[in-house]
Design a protein around this ligand. Sequence first.
Ligand SMILES: [Zn+2]
Length: 342
Amino acid sequence: MKAVYFEQHGGTDVLKYGERPVPEISENEVMVRLKAASVNHLDIWVRQGMPAIPIALPHISGCEGSGIVESVGSSVHNVHPGDCVIVAPGIPCGRCRFCASGWDSACPEYRMVGFQADGCFAEFVKAPVTNIIPISKKFSFEEWASVPLVFLTAWHMLITRAELKPGETVLVQAAGSGIGIAAIQVARTAGARVVATAGTDEKLKKARALGAHEGINYKREDVAKRVLEITEGRGADIVFEHVGPETWESSMKSLSKLGRVVTCGATSGPKIEIDLRFLFMRQTSILGSYMGGRAELDRVLELFRLGELKPVVDKTFPLKETREAQEYMLERKNFGKIVVRI
Ligand SMILES: [Zn+2]
């Protein structure tokens, strides 16, 4: 099958487009003929290599995709060849105490499609049957492929970890990113006042059209000062972080007393500085968040069926241009998700 893969870690130049063997499924697995796969920052971390988490090489990235079921294992009876489906990214063990309580991504054996297993930048992918979710014709394959990872992550961050309440103010940093467009919509749907930051007025216009109440151009304006003005001096109840050192200071300064900053990423680097005096005196909570549980994903997908949430695809690339798709994301040109067509 055609696939985009790498045989060694490195920059985008290690990505190769060529032939890889079609995966073989076991009795509880499903093989999907992919139509689309979505690009995520995790693809870049995996490609660059993480010393603590070695992966088998050659490797095919791509944490999520959509397509048509090609074949099913002998124990699979509720999914059939020809079904239109998405491939959800998280693979928990399903047996441990975390899995039993819905905290799939805390599972010690938690793996991800495209990370610890071969992923969706290919003509075929295999996944456990529990990762295969039927989709309607309401959205295109490209749109469906863009949904699971960022919307699940944003939901887990805002609803599960930060326990967002209606009427609270949420500051969404870098709102034009794939995760940003999910955060705006999840926060808005949950009844929050949404303040979005972005580096261009064009992106802020789009963020407002998507549900943000206020927009701050971080290149031109002092983010924390503007948040205090918007909230009449109180600050944001929740700051949605995924950038790291570039935004951390403005995130902390934008928080209200008893505020929560919730983070799922470090696209500008892994280390930040914290002034403990402000942390304890302002009674700030810093919450880490990673992916989410299958039950949360089902809730998110229900909101897509109801029309409360919608996919935002900025641009699509053909499979063989996955390298260009990753470079486009690194240049931060996008508003919304970047998708590869297969
Ligand atoms: Zn588990």
